[in-house]
Design a protein. Sequence first.
Length: 281
Amino acid sequence: MNNQENTKKQILVLGGTGKTGNRIVSKLQQMNWPVRIGSRNAAIPFDWNDQNTWAAVLQGIDSVYIAYQPDLAVPGATDTIRNLTQLAVKSGVTYLVLLSGRGEEEAQACEKIVMDAGADWTILRASWFCQNFSEGYLLDPILAGYVSLPVGKVPEPFIDVDDIADVAVAALTTDGHAGQLYELTGPRLLTFRDAVQEIAAALKQPVQYQQISMDDYKAMMREYQIPDDYMWLISYLFTEVLDGRNASLADGVQRALGRKPTDFSEYIRKAIAAGMWQVTA
């Protein structure tokens, strides 16, 4: 891998305004590393659904961070990733870093495509994001004091997105990560009820948790006007991925960074300090 030379080569961050992407972009900018944001509203627009936008954003790029929206599990993702990586390599890209999902067969098919694309690669196979509680679809229910989900006692090793970003930046800017598959989890298994109770305790306010049926959850998402593609994805994740297959810890953060992953309690502290659960007028 040649991404640590005297001349820093430009990195493209696809999904550069998302949970992981915006953190990666910020960290790279702080390091004065040349970075291009891949999003529909960027200076050079990139749209996953419009392949005509891909060539321009790949021009002059050496390394690409790939965060596919909405998720690698959705139908058609494998074809899209195949087309993107083929064009990237043809455009001169030499290194690909893929954000993947833990326990998703479709995501692992995309991993294989990246591995076979003809460039150096690193796979970041992440568990459920801590930040879904503070920056995603669980924020409003927590603020309302009532979280209803179609999942019970199945534990998950929630991963702090800041850890994912740190691993991605290390892979994109330092040697030794090519050909590595990092399975990224937090250091502790928690059920969703456990997680909500820890957040409530830290906030010093009641947040109830109720397990409901998937049909009731879908009806609730419709009330909140959640888009159909996200409804499908969330339903898939809760019914397929949260079946216990991911109820184990992995050492990807330790291997990549030489430190322990961030505990859920530390994530809560950071989120509170950042005002993530403050009710705005």
